[in-house]
Design a binder for this molecule. Sequence first.
Ligand code: ATP
Ligand code: MG
Length: 388
Amino acid sequence: MDKVIILRYSEIHLKGKNRAFFENILKRNITEKLRGTECKTEFGYGRYVVGGYAESSERAICKKLSEIFGLHSLSTALRTSAGIDDIAEAATKISEKKGRFRVTVNRADKTLPYTSVMLAAEIGGRLLDAYPELEVDLHTPDFVIYVDVRSSETAYIYSSSIPCAGGMPVGTAGKGLCLLSGGIDSPVAAYMMAKRGLELTEIHFWSYPYTSLEAKEKVIELAHILRKYTGKTRLIVIPFTEIQEAIHKYAEPNYMITLVRRAMMRIAEKTAEKYGLGCIINGEDLGQVASQTLESITVTNSVIRNIPVFRPLIGFDKEEIIAAAKKIGTYETSIKPFEDCCTVFLPESPATKPTIRRSEASEKKIENYDELIRKAVENAEIIPIDGE
Ligand code: ATP
Ligand code: MG
């Protein structure tokens, strides 16, 4: 008998021709996540199991597994032979000692010398013998003992499941570039798109010395927290000072933010092209601030030529985003008080209804605008995010 962790993935995605593709990426992500952890993964048909770990590391392993997109739930279980005595011994070990219970048997191997109903009754009877304060209750039990008999050699006995992150395995939906500021919203946006299976690269616009070294460190820290979900990734830091200064020099003051955001989008699309990334993601949320009105989003979006921009938070309330940030563990870092480049040269009253025509007119005045954009893409610093 040994202790194992049983993993379950969402069946819904396994139907059809994509099944092997989906499974192979999920297996790769599980293997990657557990690299350096003493344990053994077994990827059987429709059943993934982790075993061979020290009892003391079980919780930590479960935690790691619960962060992998594509897994639906997990259970810690005892693994025995399919012999009734072995199963009964395991059931006795994991059972509560009093209360109402039920035994539920799933029998994948139909050649075994018992039916599911016979086995459930037998195990139930032995539990009642072992613990006289137990009581069978098929309809409203306090707990359930699950017996999953896979073959004559293998049965799993467990009594509860822990929900995992759900979603699709990272890497099954292509690659994207996420604009990561140091704020609350964009890390949540990154999490949500990784959950849909996108493999992410992150990009940050940094206006040193207007924004500090600490502001950059904070974004690196956020990328490391997100790594739990995104897997290994990289953060592209764009030197943004020169562009911001140029915009400040030539732009109408109330168009400052609009033009900064258009420059960010241009650089993001060029960077995505350079690295073969198929979409851009940001943390915009309709109506949250001046730069996120429908008109502002239209004007910033209009510089993008060839790829979609995903805004997974567009319909969220700030409260909901904060709750999500707390849940995924980025909130405490996001609220550290280091300024973002959007707050540099902030106008008193930013335009809430900017137009494309006026934006273009201002941009035309900026000397060597295209060259500044090109240089920013070229001079990016690439920071690998691969340590835990
Ligand atoms: P956040 O909390 O994510 O910073 P926000 O509510 O402060 O969002 P804005 O500052 O208007 O909103 O930014 C909107 C989005 O633009 C951000 O969610 C992020 O995706 C992107 N963004 C803003 N500033 C930067 C930056 N310095 N580097 C990278 N992306 C940025
Ligand atoms: Mg911000």
